[in-house]
Every structure is written in structure tokens, then in C-alpha cells.
Design a protein around this ligand. Structure first.
Ligand code: NAI
Length: 328
């Protein structure tokens, strides 16, 4: 039997944690031949709730779950981790300025980056879910100088999955008829879900839609504002769909993207497509198992250029803000 892979989940007692942990333990994160050991990180007041979730995980008797550790110390929780899902974050509360939000999250993601640097396994792969995800990922990455920068990623897969669903409904097809529909930029309202290179049953998606007004006034805002629509409807933010996207992101990263498919992920820019080097921005990516690589050589039309530039400008502002606060 294979040795278990250590998977660290932060914010384990939160609502995404509750939707995520059972799927990891059932083998959906890494595959049905890989046993996992869960390492849960929570803040001290939430440790008891995390223990309750661990009791339920025990009660599932998952054959692939080899153990659960719970801690409020990042140095313990990231010890030996090969996969880290950074879900816990400080949400924006009423009246909170952006600077306060970034500062509060810097207080979380800086020590976590340091703990990953000092304690994680050599093959560590990090997915940041907690918002502002791209910039939180940047903060953690900047405090882990011994870890290759491309091991730090931010989640835009939920946005991609939302886009798949919206496009399928518009065209009366199923999501499996769609390929290469991806998100560029920030996981925020400025994100750019792009039909430019997407395919529907082998045909270009933008041509299949043939409706620029729908694209600009309906599709893009619906995808970008879906999080708010879920809160409005459910009275709570997306949790199961966010957990599902985290599973998709890591599964594809580790096992490879399907033939002819692209994924979306916030990855450290190498300067591709004019995105400044070093910021964590969403790109179309592929993996053959282990590394996400930015899809190269795409033509960027004028409309796409404007949208990508606007979202990237926001990321640059966020980076400069955290720099100004001394967080990176
Ligand atoms: P939640 O509030 O239910 O749970 C967050 C948990 O994190 C809480 O249990 C809290 O105690 C814990 N936590 C806070 N600080 C921590 C720290 N320093 N170390 C460890 N744990 C800590 O929130 P929920 O719904 O689970 O969402 C978590 C994050 O995911 C939020 O920031 C949310 O905005 C973000 N999110 C991101 C999405 C994406 O597409 N990238 C989609 C949906 C949510």
C-alpha cells in the first residue's frame, strides 16, 4: 500500500471545510489509489468545531483516510504537507476598508507562508481559496522563498465552472460539449471569463453564441457576480461549489488536465500575455501531472485585451497595497 499523502486544510471548521473534507477523505482530491492524512488548521476558538467534523469523518469509515490531526499552530498543521488548501481567511465585514482587509489577511497568510516554507514536504502544492485569493496567495508565496513559486496557486476554477454552466444553458448544450472556456485575471468582479478560445462541439464558442451584447451585458457579469447572487438566494456564500472547484483544481494539477481541455488557475505570472511577472493572475493552464503550465501563443483580440488589462491592473494595485503595508 502507498504511504498516505498529507493534506492540510485551513479554515477546516468553516462551511467550505465542511463541504470539502469528506470529499478529500473519500479519494476525490488525489484519486482512488492514494490514501490521505488530513491535517486541519483552525483558530483556537474553532478547534472544538473542527474536532466535531473529525468525529464525523471517523464515522464515515473512509478506507483511504489514514488519520486526522487538528491544530491551531501553522507549524504543526503544515508539517510534512504535500497539498495545502488555504481556505480560512478574514472576510470583509461592514465598513471595513480594503487596506484593513489586506492587513488582516496578511496576518494570516504571511505566517502560513513561513510555516509552509519551513515545514511542508518538498513536493508541496498550495491552493489559496480564501479571499482575496490571488493576493493572499501572493503574500504566502513571498514568505516561502525556498518553495518554487509555481507551487502557489489561487482558485478561479469556481468562476470557470460557473461560466461553463452559463454557456451551456445559453446554447442548450451540456457542459461536456464545451472546452477551453477559461478565466483571466483576478478572482473578483473584474475577472474576464473568455469565450475567445472556447469551443462548443468543436466550433468556436464566440461564433456559436454570435451575440456580443449577451457576452458583455449578461454572460460576463453573471459569472463575475454569481457569488453575490448565491449569497442573496441562499443566505450564505457558495460552499459546496467552492469545495467542488478546489477538488477540480488540485485533481487536474496532480493528475493532469483531460486531453483537449484547459483549466483556469491563478498562477505566478512569467510575463506571458503582458501580465507583469510575479503577480498571481488567472490564465488558461494545462497539466500533464504535477505542474500547471500557462497555455502559450494565443491571439488576444482587442476586447479581451481590454478586459485582461483591467483585471490585471486591479491585481497590480492589490500587490502595491500589500507592499505598502509591508506585507510582502
Ligand atoms: P467560513 O467563515 O465559514 O469559514 C472560514 C473558517 O476559517 C472559519 O472556521 C475560521 O475560524 C477559519 N479561520 C480564520 N482564520 C484562520 C486562520 N488564521 N487559520 C485557520 N483558520 C482560520 O468561510 P467559508 O465560507 O468557508 O469561506 C472561506 C473563504 O473562502 C472566504 O475567504 C471566502 O471568501 C472564500 N471563497 C473563495 C472562493 C473562490 O472562488 N476563490 C469561493 C467561495 C469562497
Amino acid at each position: 500500500t502507498r504511504t498516505p499523502v498529507n493534506v492540510t486544510v485551513t479554515g477546516a471548521a468553516g462551511q467550505i471545510g465542511y463541504a470539502l473534507l469528506f470529499r478529500i477523505a473519500s479519494g476525490q482530491l488525489l484519486g482512488q489509489d492514494t490514501p490521505v492524512r488530513l491535517k486541519l488548521l483552525e483558530i483556537t476558538p474553532a478547534l472544538k468545531a473542527a474536532e466535531g467534523t473529525a468525529m464525523e469523518l471517523d464515522d464515515c469509515a473512509f478506507p483511504l483516510l489514514s488519520g486526522i490531526d487538528i491544530s491551531d499552530d501553522p507549524n504543526v498543521a503544515f508539517d510534512g504537507a504535500s497539498v495545502a488548501l488555504l481556505v480560512g481567511a478574514r472576510p470583509r465585514t461592514k465598513g471595513m476598508e480594503r487596506g484593513d482587509l489586506l492587513e488582516a489577511n496578511g496576518g494570516i497568510f504571511k505566517p502560513q507562508g513561513q510555516a509552509i516554507n519551513n515545514h511542508a514536504a518538498d513536493d508541496i502544492r498550495v491552493l489559496v481559496v480564501g479571499n482575496p485569493a490571488n493576493t493572499n496567495a501572493l503574500i504566502a508565496q513571498q514568505h516561502a522563498p525556498d518553495v518554487p513559486a509555481d507551487r502557489f496557486t489561487a482558485m478561479t476554477r469556481l468562476d470557470q465552472n460557473r461560466a461553463y454552466s452559463q454557456l451551456a444553458a445559453k446554447l442548450g448544450v451540456t457542459v461536456s460539449d464545451i472546452r477551453k472556456l477559461v478565466i483571466w485575471g483576478n478572482h473578483s468582479a473584474t475577472q474576464y471569463p473568455s469565450l475567445a478560445h472556447a469551443e462548443v462541439n468543436g466550433k468556436n464558442a464566440a461564433e456559436a453564441v454570435n451575440d456580443q451584447a449577451w457576452l458583455e451585458n449578461d454572460f460576463i457579469p453573471t459569472v463575475a457576480k454569481r457569488g453575490a447572487a448565491i449569497i442573496e438566494a441562499r443566505g450564505a456564500s457558495s460552499a459546496a461549489s467552492a469545495a467542488n472547484a478546489a477538488i477540480d483544481h488540485v485533481y487536474d494539477w496532480v493528475n493532469g488536465t483531460a486531453e483537449g481541455q484547459w483549466a483556469s488557475a491563478g498562477v505566478v505570472s512569467d510575463g506571458s500575455y503582458g501580465v507583469p511577472e510575479g503577480i498571481i493572475s488567472s490564465f488558461p493552464v494545462t497539466s500533464t501531472g504535477g505542474e500547471y503550465e500557462i497555455v502559450q501563443g494565443l491571439d488576444i483580440d482587442e476586447f479581451s485585451r481590454g478586459r485582461i488589462d483591467a483585471s490585471v491592473a486591479e491585481l497590480v494595485e492589490e500587490r502595491d497595497a500589500v507592499k505598502g503595508l509591508g506585507l510582502i
